[in-house]
Design a protein around this ligand. Structure first.
Ligand code: NAD
Ligand code: UFG
Length: 339
């Protein structure tokens, strides 16, 4: 079975994908600099998987460190989760975002080419579609100029992959555009553990649920949607992880550029999420209506038909499972991995 290098494998989506890869029989090497994760994740993965997963501490911008990994292991493919992802922070620190994300991905690709490893899967985002002209979004919906440096790094890396694939046609480039990943592994041992006050809805709901924050601020209830709050395509992170395995199986050693939306195809509003979370908690989650958040997209959800047709993959877990697993993780780890 192939050996897959997973930069960013200690993070939220990466750690869940490591489980799916190992369960599917792949050998995995995790590579992470812990800039947004903690070594405890590796212990938790060992507990879930019953074995140690090889780990190298390093930075994807450091060519020598990546070369050392390729010297030590025969790597067949790379799934790159390593990146900075806070939209607001990227506005304040654009150069850091281009450096970490774009320069990091470029360095990885340079080493891959040097070692003749031609299978690259990239964590892209629905943010590349900007404010959609219409929903649901298909892979051929237009890619728009991003409204943050973070979003622009995703677009830049997508283009870089496509351009390299033209120059080096032996590459299989898989660009996976995630919608809104939420939930956690059913064990409650791993989950999302943002630093500071969460920017995103689900981790914010989790922290209100365990009393770390007093209430949720719902950013705007006067949008042109059924209940006035914004609509997103929330996808359980375990389904998303399985999507990577499906993409790997389908695209490994199949040269070309392969682009897939990974979403459920269902749009839920912020108030739908509050309702589902209240149900998981067994009591009402406190919230207040607050002003709109600048730059928010009104509605964003996927047409997931292509992934179903070509990868044989579709999301299985519903909104109640997303809320229940998120809550279970936070309840068991009220302070995240700091417990
Ligand atoms: P995360 O921050 O939990 O995981 C990223 C991991 O990469 C962390 O463990 C971090 O320490 C590591 N990392 C960052 N920079 C690194 C570097 N230079 N070298 C080595 N390791 C580095 O984030 P996540 O939510 O798991 O997201 C993973 C990827 O998916 C990111 O690229 C993100 O932009 C993308 N994505 C996430 C979402 C989302 O809502 N979570 C949506 C769309 C796309
Ligand atoms: N929201 C609130 N209160 C909060 C947090 C969020 O009402 O405290 C609302 C937002 O206004 C939005 C919805 O919940 O309507 C979802 O917001 P998130 O921040 O969780 O997710 P976004 O869809 O806005 O952004 C996410 C990722 C970005 C990525 C984008 C598109 O966080 O990195 O999806 O892929 F760019």
């Amino acid at each position: 079975m192939a050996t897959i290098l997973v930069p960013g494998g200690a993070g939220f989506i990466g750690s869940h994908t490591v489980i799916a890869l190992v369960n599917a029989g792949y050998d995995v090497v995790i590579f992470d600099n812990f800039s947004n994760s903690k070594p405890t994740v590796l212990e938790r993965l060992k507990k879930i998987l019953g074995k140690n997963i090889p780990f190298v501490c390093g930075d994807i911008r450091n060519r020598e460190q990546i070369e050392n990994v390729f010297e030590q292991y025969k790597i067949d493919g790379v799934i790159n989760f390593a990146g900075l992802k806070a939209v607001g922070e990227s506005v304040k620190k654009p150069l850091e975002y281009y450096d970490n994300n774009v320069h990091g991905a470029r360095t990885l690709l340079q080493v891959m080419r040097e070692y003749q490893c031609h299978n690259f899967i990239f964590s892209s985002s629905a943010t590349v579609y900007g404010e959609p002209d219409s929903v649901p979004l298909t892979e051929s919906s237009p890619v728009k100029r991003a409204n943050s440096p973070y979003g622009q790094t995703k677009i830049d890396i997508e283009y870089m992959c496509q351009e390299l694939q033209i120059a080096a046609p032996e590459f299989s480039m898989v660009l996976l555009r995630y919608f809104n990943p939420v939930g956690a592994h059913e064990s409650g041992l791993i989950g999302e553990d943002p630093k500071g006050i969460p920017n995103n809805l689900m981790p914010y709901l989790c922290q209100v649920a365990v009393g770390r924050l007093p209430h949720l601020n719902v950013f705007g209830n006067d949008y042109p949607t059924p209940d006035g709050t914004c609509v997103r395509d929330y996808i359980h992170v375990v389904d998303l992880a399985e999507g990577h395995v499906a993409a790997l199986k389908h695209c490994l050693n199949v040269p070309g550029v392969h682009i897939y939306n990974l979403g459920t195809g269902i749009g839920y509003s912020v108030l739908d999420m509050v309702k589902a979370f209240s149900k998981a908690m067994g009591r009402e989650l406190p919230y207040k209506i607050a002003p709109r958040r600048a730059g928010d997209v009104v509605q964003c959800y996927a047409d997931p038909a292509l992934a179903k047709k070509e990868l044989g993959w579709s999301a299985k877990k519903n909104l109640d499972q997303m809320a229940a697993d998120s809550y279970n993780w936070q309840k068991n780890n009220p302070n995240g991995y700091d417990d």
